[in-house]
Ligand binder design. Sequence first.
Ligand code: PAF
Length: 273
Amino acid sequence: MKIISTPIELKEYLKNENRSIGFIPTMGALHEGHISLIKKAKEQNELVIVSIFLNPTQFLRGEDLDKYPKKDEADKQICKLCGVDILFFPKTDDIYSSDEVSLLAPKVRGYVLEGESRPSHFNGVLTVVMKLLNIVSPTRAYFGKKDAQQLNLISLMVKQFFMSVEIVAVDTVREKDGLALSSRNAYLTPLQRVEALKISTSLRSATAMVMRGILDSELIVANMREILSPLDISYVAILNREFTQISKVELGNSVILVEASVGNTRLLDNIWL
Ligand code: PAF
């Protein structure tokens, strides 16, 4: 595995590359969820590139960037074992300068759900993803369905900026007991981890309601809120795949999303129905 740390070096290295490139952008602290993105990219492409870059612009003032889990050496080993061809590992100065052009998330879809409690978060995500896609020029880029709003906005950016990369959405990986894998799970105490299971339980209960033919969004959300009630709920929402609120679940075109805090840790999860 080749490790490259500057955009210029990576662009130079890829200059004459004709093989298909699968790209997985990450902020490190890799887990099984990332490994499933890498596996998918290996199945579908001849060359696989992973980036590890803890992007400062997607953290708001007061959000503790310094406390984000850092596991550089373990991450390198994971990439090597997974057969990654190139690990792109830039520093902040390699990606950002002091006077920056940046992207703005769309005024509606970028400022609901996670964007409501974290205004400007998606500006940072879209800006860095645009930069990384321009550096790597991949055939396909891989994102987890767990960050459904991020996935939706990146797909929208690619479409609206007429970019030629294919965005591939990959299913959420869960622990045996249902907890969706996330780098933030590392912050949970054993007791909080048990509490966090209410999130996946609420989604399983919503799925069961839908399977029984109960499609009314209000009823489903009320049931989920009851299950989640001891937690600090940021939102429970039922949207279509265009990310518009719907009053009834449309099978094959719906996403049920939850964000709730367990202690100081905000956890996201969702189910695509
Ligand atoms: O999902 C993430 O880890 C980040 O938001 C991403 C897409 C790597 C951009 O920094």
